[in-house]
Design a protein around this ligand. Structure first.
Ligand code: AMP
Ligand code: MG
Length: 418
């Protein structure tokens, strides 16, 4: 039996960062930039008004106050998107809207609130300025957000909504990102039935394929469901062949020491096994290796295969610990670890056989401190415990018991604030 760390190191050593693809910016959310982005324009392109008001020469407002307004002649109005043909000369002002380019001659924008605009009864070509404007007032400078020629987003940046917005502000409609891995998912078990079928006696629905596919999607991969294989080598091999063009194969079930656990045998015959038990609970039977497949033009290709245990909780927990980092590595992310918090355990947990326990926990923050309580019975078939949990509380392998009130590390799966 190997440790969780050794197992993870093995899994990661079998996957590499994938190639880049070019696509529309809105399709890139969560992907990693594969190119440096420089700007060939200034953003904003011209000096422009930060408020609705009057573009003035600041020196024309010297000494202005509510009691002694400075009166200026209004010679034009400039909405956003237009450029005034006129110049602000001594004694004049141009009415200007937010975002409109500041006319030549003006060096400040006086907002409506600091003029007599709203108090005037009659339309007039004069405006009273009620405050002294300083040079630069309410002007957004050309290039203050993005200067032409500068590096704006570097290779390796994760595309989040703001990054997509920044690309749009440069007028970029497509960009090069590391492609998403295709993850082929195969359930095994004579008892497992597709969710679109009636449930015969003695059978169970194929929940694993769906929880695993949802996890693949969540972490940036493209899930491909290969269906259900019977607990026979031929059935498994035939189904796995349909996943040869995937970047990774994930099976569920068939990795323990039961009579019908054929995944290990297939892995050994059709490729190689790297490990098949990990010192953890749930998830001790976990097979990993690679399958020999056929790549482009008949070349030999090895595809990493992660054989998750069949128990629904075990398959999700082992996915979180091993498949998630593998997907993140393939998609080009640098940070592969989930955030952990220290939390006070609200009940004791016994560790009977020296494995690292990942207990489904509900983590809450109260008075600046995290508390974790278990979701209830921890059987690895109780999938609803995963649905309640937002964290996995860790009981180390060398601890026989963690007492109520002790502090443990919890891997956060979700934040209750979200
Ligand atoms: P196994 O690892 O094949 O021995 O399966 C362990 C347990 O997980 C058994 O009770 C199976 O019925 C259950 N199981 C296996 N595959 C699935 C699946 N795709 N969906 C839900 N439960 C499963
Ligand atoms: Mg089985």
């Amino acid at each position: 039996m190997i440790s969780v760390e050794q197992a993870l190191e093995k899994v990661l050593s079998y996957v590499t960062v994938l190639e880049a693809e070019e696509k529309p910016i809105l399709d890139c959310l969560g992907q990693v930039l594969a190119e440096d982005i420089y700007s060939n324009i200034d953003v904003p392109p011209l000096d422009n008004a930060a408020m609705d008001g009057y573009a003035v020469r600041s020196e024309d407002t010297r000494g202005a106050s509510e009691k002694s307004p400075r009166s200026l002649e209004v010679i034009d109005t400039v909405p956003a998107g237009s450029i005034s043909k006129l110049k602000v000369t001594p004694g004049t002002a141009i009415r200007i809207m937010t975002g409109a380019p500041v006319p030549e001659g003006a060096d400040a924008v006086v907002p409506f609130e600091d003029t007599d605009e709203t108090q005037r009864k009659e339309p007039s070509n004069k405006i009273g300025i009620l405050t002294e404007a300083k040079a630069g007032w309410n002007i957004r400078r050309a290039g203050e957000d993005i200067a032409r020629g500068s590096l704006i987003l570097s290779k390796g940046t994760v595309m989040k909504p703001a990054q997509i917005g920044v690309l749009a502000s440069l007028g970029r409609s497509r960009v090069s990102v590391i492609r998403r891995p295709v993850v082929a998912i195969l359930s095994t078990g004579d008892e497992v039935v597709d969710i679109n079928q009636p449930l015969p006696p003695g059978k169970i629905y194929n929940s694993n394929a769906y929880s695993i596919a949802a996890l693949v999607l969540r972490y940036g991969g493209i899930p491909r469901l290969l269906g259900i294989a019977l607990d026979k080598e031929e059935s498994l091999v035939a189904k796995l062949r349909q996943g040869w063009d995937a970047d990774m194969l994930i099976t569920s079930g068939g990795v323990s020491v039961g009579d019908y656990d054929v995944v290990k045998d297939v892995l050994a015959k059709e490729g190689e096994i790297t490990f098949w038990t990990v010192r953890m609970k749930p998830g001790k039977p976990l097979a990993f290796g690679r399958i020999k497949g056929v790549g482009k033009e008949g070349t030999v290709k090895y595809i990493p295969l992660l054989g998750l245990p069949g128990n629904p909780v075990s398959s999700m927990v082992t996915f979180e610990l091993f498949a998630r980092p593998a997907i993140l590595k393939m998609i080009g992310k640098k940070n592969l670890a989930r955030p952990t918090v220290k939390a006070v355990l609200e009940e004791s947990v016994v560790n009977s056989d020296g494995r690292r326990i990942f207990a489904r926990a509900i983590v809450e923050r109260r008075q600046g401190q995290y508390f974790a309580r278990l979701t209830g019975p921890q059987g690895s078939g109780i999938l609803t415990s995963m649905a309640q949990a937002n964290g996995l509380a860790i009981v180390p392998e060398d601890k026989a018991k963690v007492e109520k009130g002790e502090t443990v590390q919890v891997i956060m799966l979700d934040w209750s604030e979200e």
